[in-house]
Structure formats: structure tokens, C-alpha cells
Design a protein around this ligand. Structure first.
Ligand SMILES: [Zn+2]
Length: 221
């Protein structure tokens, strides 16, 4: 059964991540029969706005297959207009009930931004746009006295959740109407675990602050 509610979708992602972590993936929906079945239309149950990091492939770490996840990836999961438009397409046209911001420890984009700020030297080319998008998260971490790079990553994930809702009236309206939820998840490269660090539940009023829970234990499910 394809999940149709935010809670069902999140439960399915957690179950798939648990299979991946424990070395018991089922690789669902990757066979030729399913490929043919979804060729005429897609109904993905989650949008994943993830970092482009090569070790963060959504279908692998959540043990899913074709037609399950609508995936948008940029370095440092930075969200510009094209990313927001892609998310809005999935939520409004495809009816996807869950949006996940997926970050990870040792994120190179966050490290590059921190280095650019500390040295006062912005990177060349369009990488500067990535750094610029991460800087507000660095400022927030500094204001909260957070220096650990992976704790900063968790703040950046929560900041990304809030930025998406603040900059997309369409997404905020879908959340307010109870049609979808937005969740921030932090992935551990070595362990393979994705834990929830920020949540904006379905039915939340437009542009709410995310509930940040950085003290949550590193447990899947
Ligand atoms: Zn990254």
C-alpha cells in the first residue's frame, strides 16, 4: 500500500531506513513488473530535498524503488526557486503528503561555508551561491553558541525546513490545510541512520518555526 498521509509516509521511510541500517534491504519496487506498472503515472509518497553528497542516495538509504520518492538534490540541500518549484509540483500536482529535508554529518557544503566565513574569502564561481545559502545557518549556530560541525548541520537542516516554508506560500498553504508535513532528517554516513531533527506537522499555521530537537537520540524509528 502506498502511504497517503504524512504519518504513514514517515513510518515507511523509517522502516526502509531500518532495513538499510541492519543490512536487510528488500529493494522494493525495483523489478521490471513495477517499472511497467508506474510507467503511466507516478504517486511518490515523499519528496526528498537532500544534499547532493554521493553517499546520500535517497532510494538506497530508505530502501525504496521506482515511483516512491520525488528527489531534489543540491549541495548542502540549499533551496532556490527551482528547488521550491519542484517541491510545489510534487505537493500540489502529485499530491505527495511528506517533504523531507535530508542532511548529513561531515557535509562539505557546510564546511565550505564555514571556511569561507572564517577566512573572509568567498569561493569562486557559482559555489558562492551555495555558501551564501548556508551562511544564515552559521549565523544562527554562532548565536546559539554551537561550534560542533555536526550540530551545525542539524541547525542547517532545521533552517532549511523553515526557509522552505517561509519562501513557498504554496507549500505553507498545503501544510496549513493538512495535506502534507515537512520533516528535517539528519543522516549519519557511517551508521546509515537517518534521525528526525525538525518537524512541522500537517495542519501547522503558515511559516511556523520548526520544532528543533537536536537532543533526540540517534535512533531510527
Ligand atoms: Zn552535504
Amino acid at each position: 500500500m502506498t502511504p497517503t498521509t504524512p504519518d504513514q509516509a514517515l513510518a515507511e521511510l523509517r522502516a526502509g531506513n531500518r532495513r538499510f541500517v541492519t543490512g536487510a534491504p528488500r529493494h522494493p519496487n525495483q523489478d521490471a513488473g513495477h517499472r511497467a506498472a508506474v510507467a503511466d503515472g507516478q504517486h511518490p509518497f515523499a519528496v526528498i530535498v537532500g544534499c547532493s553528497d554521493s553517499r546520500l542516495a535517497a532510494e538506497i538509504i530508505f530502501d525504496r524503488g521506482l515511483g516512491d520518492l520525488f528527489v531534489v538534490r543540491t549541495a548542502g540541500h540549499t533551496v532556490g526557486p527551482e528547488v521550491l518549484g519542484s517541491v510545489e509540483y510534487a505537493v500540489t500536482v502529485l499530491g505527495t503528503p511528506l517533504v523531507v529535508v535530508l542532511g548529513h554529518d561531515s557535509c562539505g557544503a557546510v564546511q565550505a561555508a564555514r571556511e569561507a566565513v572564517s577566512t573572509g574569502t568567498p569561493p569562486a564561481g557559482h559555489l558562492g551561491a551555495v555558501v551564501d545559502a548556508v551562511v544564515p545557518s552559521l549565523r544562527r549556530a554562532a548565536a546559539e553558541g554551537v561550534e560542533d560541525i555536526d550540530a551545525i548541520v542539524d541547525i542547517h537542516i532545521a533552517q532549511t525546513v523553515e526557509a522552505m516554508l517561509a519562501n513557498s506560500a504554496v507549500l505553507a498553504a498545503a501544510v496549513a490545510a493538512g495535506r502534507c508535513a515537512v520533516t528535517g532528517m539528519s543522516y549519519r554516513l557511517s551508521a546509515g541512520e537517518a534521525r528526525t531533527v525538525a518537524t512541522v506537522p500537517a495542519g501547522a499555521p503558515p511559516a511556523p518555526p520548526a520544532q528543533i530537537d537536536r537532543a533526540a537520540p540517534t535512533v531510527v524509528g
